[in-house]
Design a protein around this ligand. Sequence first.
Ligand code: NAP
Length: 262
Amino acid sequence: MDLGITGRWALVCAASKGLGRGCAAALVREGVNVVLNARSGDVLEATAKELRALNPAVEVRIVVGDITRPEVREAALAACPQIDILVNNAGGPPPGDFRDWKREDWMAAVDANMLTPIELIKACVDSMAERGFGRVVNITSGAVKAPIDILGLSNGARSGLTGFVAGLARQPLLAGNNVTINNLLPGAFDTDRLRKTLSASSKASGQDQAEIADARLQNIPARRFGSAEEFGEVCAFLCSKQAGYLTGQNLLLDGGAYPGVF
Ligand code: NAP
């Protein structure tokens, strides 16, 4: 299927690795020019090189820096001639016990996983509406639908973003002008983050990492972890011309792990 977005411009945040990279790669394959962001310049440059090789017809630009910082957001926005597609992403907050978290921990989580995407949405959506096309995809987490107790910072901050987006996406100024805003909720995906979490659990419990991974797979009907590539392809569909009537939704990608009907 031709997704009808060739020649568009996308800003993909936190995109040198993992799910953000998967989204950027899928958009590049569809002929979308991209601005990629991440903090480590070397890794980001290497990713940009690989994506340019995927589709030499598109432009791939990079902006190095922490997307939670206002000056990095400004640079990322300025690097795009216009933003037709915005993919919001940043690292997830650390796990822990809420009794140990201080105000600074909460502020960091809210900043990265709620306020940063809201600032970027604010900078983009009105001009998207004027041009009659816009797609915003926020990478959140399956934990928004089925909270995980040790990920309280993530559950809280991402739920704030989810509630905000539910209202914003339904503004006629946006929905009526072909600007959609949706959240993609990853379950367990085979990325560096997942591998680090498995390794930390293995160190903490003394149990073999492969055994921990296997136990986790028993709760996933698909019996595998997702890949960043397939996550990216769903993201590209949400950004497509065809997905213009799909807005304000929370789409869970978890291999069937969430047991509810809705
Ligand atoms: P990952 O493989 O660790 O990749 C994270 C990417 O984000 C890297 O490119 C990293 O590059 C960049 N990054 C992190 N913090 C950043 C910041 N403040 N500013 C700019 N770039 C930043 O992680 P992932 O698995 O793709 O996860 C992406 C998001 O999905 C996270 O919020 C995670 O919590 C969430 N999630 C993932 C899973 C899963 O199973 N993988 C499940 C649920 C939710 P630098 O370090 O160089 O900046």
